[in-house]
Design a protein around this ligand. Structure first.
Ligand code: SIN
Length: 282
């Protein structure tokens, strides 16, 4: 139990993830509670909490507590509000949103800082989500590999054409070039910032070199030593930091339904601050 309040933070693993108890996310968070949650979030990278169901307004307000909201380029949304992204998979689905490792919409010039997902309907079993700690993914690489990656940038792009069926996209497909290693703007720590969902090409390398290096990094990211796996219950909430994590949603429950709403918070343009503190390749 935290000495400053009734907040209880229980790590899910030593490496990433913690469950928060003692806070009612349907109510506005005081500055003191928000600061405690934010501190726990910076330490554990993804926070989990259990019910009750948030109304759309409460979910939006919770997101806005972290910052201005991000609009997904193409995903269907609920209640006529593009900030309420629908996460829904059922027997008629051709794909499951987020089923490969990714950081949300990293192809945006300013990729989302955070995402807050509440799952309202769970399958009987399965439908877990995994998160990976990208600080550790970077730190577990050898020093020469870290040094090489620190100088590189990669292009991220998304092609949502036809991806969401008849739904008309909100805006054009995003494309952006970001540093392969980004400096977290709050913690100052270095995090690996390439993902198999969006990262297509490392700039300045031949295609063969880029494919080989990205292929290696995408495999490295799959190392369970820096993962956590969350088993959803109805109305559970996850709040994750897209700047230093990746996640994937497991689709092992076909033909059952899994459904929820995600509110996403805007981020800033990724930058890399070299170890000696000089300059930036943002
Ligand atoms: C996503 O936001 O990528 C989906 C995560 C999930 O459905 O668990």
């Amino acid at each position: 139990m935290n000495s400053r309040s009734n907040l209880k933070i229980t790590p899910l693993t030593p490496r990433i993830g913690a469950v928060v108890e003692g806070v009612d996310f349907t109510k506005p968070l005081t500055d003191a509670i928000f600061d405690e949650i934010h501190e726990a979030w910076m330490n554990h990278l993804v926070l989990f909490a259990h019910g009750p169901a948030l109304t759309p307004e409460q979910h939006l307000s919770l997101g806005e507590r972290f910052g201005p909201l991000h609009i997904h380029p193409a995903a269907p949304y609920a209640f006529g509000n593009p900030a309420l992204m629908q996460i829904h998979t059922d027997a008629s689905s051709k794909r499951n949103n987020g089923e490969g490792w990714h950081s949300d919409v990293s192809a945006d010039l300013e990729p989302p800082m955070a995402s807050i997902l509440q799952i309202h309907q769970t399958p009987s079993y399965g439908g877990d989500t995994l998160w990976a700690n990208m600080y550790l993914a970077f730190e577990m690489l050898s020093d020469p590999m870290q040094r090489m990656l620190e100088g590189l940038s990669a292009t991220h792009s998304a092609n949502y054409d036809g991806y969401y069926g008849d739904h008309q996209p909100q805006r054009e497909n995003p494309v952006a070039t970001h540093p392969v290693v980004r400096t977290h703007p709050v913690t100052g720590r270095s995090a690996l910032f390439v993902n198999s969902g969006f990262t297509k090409r490392i700039e300045g390398l031949t295609k063969g070199e880029s494919d080989a290096l990205l292929g290696y990094l995408f495999e490295h990211i799959k190392n369970p030593n820096f993962h956590c796996r969350f088993q959803w219950r109805k109305n559970a909430i996850a709040i994750w930091d897209n700047r230093c994590t990746q996640h994937m949603a497991v689709w092992d429950y076909y033909p059952e339904t899994r459904s929820g709403i995600r509110v996403t918070i805007k981020g800033d343009q990724p930058f890399f601050k070299p170890r000696n503190g000089e300059g930036s390749n943002a």
